[in-house]
Ligand binder design. Structure first.
Ligand code: MF3
Ligand code: CO
Ligand code: CO
Length: 256
């Protein structure tokens, strides 16, 4: 399958799906607190998506995933499964929300601090945001995906962190995961050139220690091999005629 170019009608639906996904992350922020379980966060998001937004949480039953959002803590890298674990002081948490509305997907995630983070945790989370932000701001027709990966990798490594290789961003639209794969590392000038109308995610996973990961026996939760902290942020992006639009941007964010 080639990389799809969305029509103006499809782009309007992608805008709606992206806005709804962003609104879930805004809505859930006040519920992220010490003592709350990740299952409770899942339940609140599920109800908001299905009852308030009349939309569908894409993760639920996706390849057998059992919950409506991903909640990924501390040395976990991605695809954490909500459960009875209570949030505690010092945790760092990623919540990843994907909604389907009128057949189109919006996919976004953000980090939360529970209480005051360690200096290293704050630096990791801020670096991961900045890496994503730099890559997004470079998006325009003609940019090669290798350029985008290189921006993320060179910034993360300049801060002495490492980029996870096994998981990547992705085209998105009618399908949750479409072509192309959007690697968060790479060489300038390599990979496909972007065209207006493409929609894809940028979602770097950055580790405080080594880049290596392993999969837990639950077959979903990915963790760092060395148990170092990991952070991730994600947005869904549209390539426009002269740059980009962040379909999942929240009001507190600015691009560039
Ligand atoms: N939202 C994740 C992504 O960014 C995918 C989660 S798949 C799931 O691509 F099954 F774990 F939900
Ligand atoms: Co994604
Ligand atoms: Co996601």
């Amino acid at each position: 399958m080639p990389v799809s170019i969305k029509s103006p009608e499809e782009i309007e639906k992608m805008r709606t799906a992206g806005r709804l996904a962003a609104e879930v992350l805004e809505m859930i922020a006040e519920h992220v607190a010490i003592g709350v379980t990740t299952d409770e966060l899942n339940e609140i998001c599920h109800r908001h998506i299905t009852e308030e937004q009349n939309a569908t949480p894409a993760p639920l039953n996706y390849c057998g995933f059992p919950k409506s959002i991903c909640t990924t803590l501390n040395h976990q890298v991605c695809h954490g499964i909500p459960g009875d674990r209570q949030l505690k002081r010092g945790d760092i948490l990623n919540i990843d929300v994907t909604v389907i509305k009128e057949g189109y997907h919006g996919d976004t995630s953000r980090m939360f601090f529970l209480g005051k983070p360690s200096v290293q945790a704050r630096r990791l989370v801020e670096t991961t945001y900045e890496a994503m932000h730099r890559a997004i701001c470079a998006v325009r027709p003609g940019l090669h995906l290798g350029d985008l990966g290189h921006l993320i990798q060179s910034y993360a490594e300049s801060r002495h962190f490492s980029v996870v290789r096994e998981y990547c961003g992705h085209g998105i639209g009618r399908e949750f995961h479409e072509e192309p794969q959007v690697l968060h590392y790479g060489e300038p000038g390599t990979g496909i050139a972007l065209k207006a109308g493409m929609t894809f995610t940028v979602e770097p996973m950055i580790n405080a220690g080594a880049r290596h990961v392993k999969l837990l026996p639950d077959e979903w939760t990915v963790v760092t091999r060395d148990r170092s902290l990991s952070a991730q942020w994600e947005h869904t992006i549209l390539v426009t005629d002269n740059g980009f639009e962040v379909l999942t941007a929240r009001p507190d964010e600015s691009f560039p």
